[in-house]
Design a binder for this molecule. Structure first.
Ligand code: GCW
Length: 677
């Protein structure tokens, strides 16, 4: 139902064999919980969850003799109430200890937020009927686990596919914060601790005093869930909003202006997470205007937030979108390293450089950004996208955890030592104090949050993986399915099968062999338009002509991009024989008749892959139809509509891409499906 949509994975539906639970708790003890604090929320959530799952109404007390109890609180509060607690020794910030071993269930957080995470974890176990006795400490992989919203002040959302903003309306922060609190609750349940609420293409009017008051309201709504508020800033604000004659980051008046604005915001939001800045990118203002470096720009914000404990996320998505395609050395994929390599070590300690997972822009297949192993003395975070901008915009099912996993597990081999992306961004590999994860989510007012029930697996998986990137995509998916749709075996198997096939299918019928998504890049980012990639300054080129296709990114003959990786990785990409097929056209320019490792020619692979991918999308409809009656009618119909759409649209993709390359190459399809037969 619509309600199921907004409750997402927090439905707390009754579970089968609830009687098997060994000792049903009879009270909840929320230690030292002041109203609106995360521990208070934990108590409420436990009460609400147990009521749903077991149909049992428990009281919540500060202390209680009614046992067995669920005890939840911080380490400090627990020690005060019960004395020693050695289990807490391994706890890190935001971490928790959960034990169902003794008479009582014990949930202890390193801080209040950790206690809430522990409560959600316990409830998630119960809701999945995981009743076995457990006792463990769980710590986050990285301290920064944020989401970004690209919401505009007028209530629209850039690359948002689920209706208008829950944060803004008609130029102002909303007054009704119900949905904001609900979103914060969802995020807390997957251990996300920050939201940047407005578009990185930021509007200065967010800084009006009316809107600053609004920020206070939003932070108040999110605080009970331990989710901190952050905002995106427009670099030119001192001039366009503050009336100064300049926004030069090294001008003392500009510095003072930002310090003052920042103080004003922190007066309203004392625990604000920090700022996010997109500068000198796609027309946004930045420090380069004044011949200052990007580090000069980032550090200006760092100075302003430092006294308040705030962080500055500074985006690495800086590139020139007017580059000339006739020069074969030009390459947008080189931009991030070119702009940032000389700045390593020049960023203040509270700056984190936020790097999109690949060198271009959220494509269906990209190598990991070479910037991850370039910055050694700089804090970094990875930027992922839950909103499916290039990936079907929530009208196509694409389960993204496997894509993210490939990047996070990729070994950058810095200095020939193991250097997985996940260990670089956590700060571990290069001994950085902070780092972590950001994902663009763009939920809207739609009751499903993302416009599609199935797309919510991506939000769920993002949170779980930001906490623990070692989590397995399929297992995470399984939990999400059980929590969202219940226990029916067919439902589990079917949605698992569809989801796990979905990214490969989308890659097959959109753009394979590392040629990027081949979607329209000029306007919609939706639907096939391979011609749109070339002939413009955006630099998402394929360089397809009648004979050949692909970007030569080698050092010996091309743009040199392969050389931005550590030598051990560069060597793999430099050589056509060692480059994996799925990145062939990313790194090499080849004839259509180039043989792949599979023995097929590149063009025949194109034809076949597009047929295969679209055929898989057809099966999703049948698979979904087999679930009729096994899930509620409303969600069934909603998803069926989307799957039917995807099936049809995948044929459009298949035929337009194949026809396009047939027209160019005039090479017939061996199976006689494409061309004039
Ligand atoms: O891919 C592009 C998107 C823009 C976005 C930009 C960015 C918010 O098409 O909509 O702007 O990336 O990430 O800054």
């Amino acid at each position: 139902t619509a309600e199921d949509g907004s409750r997402a994975w927090l439905r707390y539906a009754p579970v089968p064999q609830a009687d098997n639970y060994r000792s049903h708790p009879s009270s909840i003890i929320a230690l030292n919980s002041t109203k609106s604090s995360p521990v208070y929320t934990a108590g409420q959530e436990l009460q609400h969850g147990i009521k749903g799952i077991f149909g049992k109404q428990l009281g919540i007390n500060g202390t209680s003799n009614s046992r067995p109890a669920i005890i939840v609180g911080t380490v400090d509060a627990y020690r005060k109430a019960y004395g020693n607690f050695d289990e807490a020794d391994g706890l890190e910030e935001d971490g928790f200890f959960l034990s169902t071993e003794g008479d009582n269930v014990v949930i202890v957080g390193q801080n209040e937020r950790g206690a809430l995470y522990g409560a959600f974890d316990y409830l998630s176990r119960l809701a999945q009927a995981k009743f076995s006795t457990v006792s463990y400490v769980s710590n986050p992989h990285a301290p920064i686990r944020w989401v970004n919203q690209w919401d505009n002040m007028d209530g629209s959302i850039e690359r948002g596919y689920a209706g208008p903003s829950i944060f803004f309306q008609n130029g102002f922060v909303v007054t009704n914060t119900t949905r904001v609190a609900e979103y914060a609750r969802l995020l807390a349940s997957i251990r996300i601790n920050g939201i940047v609420i407005n578009n990185v293409n930021a509007n200065v009017t967010l800084l009006s005093s009316r809107n600053m008051d609004g920020l206070g309201r939003l932070a108040d709504a999110m605080r009970p869930y331990g989710v901190q508020l952050g905002i995106s800033l427009n670099f030119a604000s001192p001039q366009t909003f503050g009336g100064l004659s300049t926004f030069d980051p090294l001008d003392p008046a500009v510095d003072a202006w930002w310090a003052n604005i920042t103080d004003q915001i922190y007066t309203r939001v004392p625990d604000m997470a920090g700022y996010l800045v997109k500068a000198n990118s796609e027309g946004q203002p930045g420090p380069l205007t004044y011949n200052r470096t990007l580090a000069d720009g980032a550090n200006m914000f760092a100075r302003a937030t430092k006294p308040h404990g705030g962080i500055v996320m500074f985006r690495a998505f800086v590139y020139d979108n007017h580059i000339n395609e006739t020069n074969w050395k030009n390459d947008r994929a080189n931009a991030a390293v070119d702009f940032f390599k000389d700045l390593d070590g020049k960023f203040d300690d509270n700056v984190v450089v936020q790097i999109k997972y690949g060198p271009i822009d959220f494509q269906v297949r990209e190598p990991a950004s070479p910037l991850f192993s370039t910055l050694r003395k700089t804090n970094t975070a990875i930027e992922l996208q839950v909103t499916q901008e290039y990936l079907g915009q929530q009208c196509h099912l694409v389960y993204l955890a496997p894509l993210w996993k490939e990047i996070l597990e990729f070994d950058m081999k810095a200095d020939d030592r193991p250097s997985k992306v996940k260990d670089i961004i956590s700060g571990e590999r290069f001994s950085r104090p902070i780092g972590g994860f950001a994902a663009v989510v763009n939920v809207g007012t739609n009751a499903t949050w993302l416009g599609s029930h199935l797309a919510m697996s991506n939000l769920y998986a993002y949170g779980i993986m930001a906490w623990d990137p070692a989590a397995q995509s399929e297992e995470v998916l399984g939990s999400w399915i059980r929590l969202t749709f219940g226990f029916n075996r067919d439902v589990m198997d079917t949605i698992t099968d569809m989801s796990m096939k979905s990214w490969p299918a989308y890659e097959n019928y959109s753009g394979n062999l590392g040629i990027q998504t081949l979607t329209d890049i000029l306007y919609t980012h939706f639907g096939p338009n391979p011609a749109s990639q070339d002939g413009n300054g955006w630099g998402q080129w394929t360089r397809a002509d009648s004979f050949s296709i692909g970007m030569d990114r080698t050092v010996k003959n091309g743009t040199g991009n392969a050389g931005q990786y550590s030598p051990a990785v560069a060597q793999v990409y430099e050589n056509i024989n060692t480059t994996p097929d799925n990145l062939l056209l990313w790194f090499h320019h080849v004839n259509y008749t180039q043989r792949l490792k599979s023995g097929k020619t590149a063009i025949q692979h194109f034809y076949d892959a597009h047929y295969e991918g679209a055929a898989t999308a057809q099966t999703f409809v049948k698979q979904w139809e087999s679930l009729q009656g096994k899930i509620d009618a409303e969600r069934y119909e909603h998803v069926l509509f989307r799957q039917t759409y995807q099936a049809g649209h995948s044929l459009v993709w298949r035929d337009s891409i194949n026809q396009f390359y047939y027209n160019l190459s005039q090479i017939p399809d061996e199976a006689k499906r494409v061309g004039n037969h």
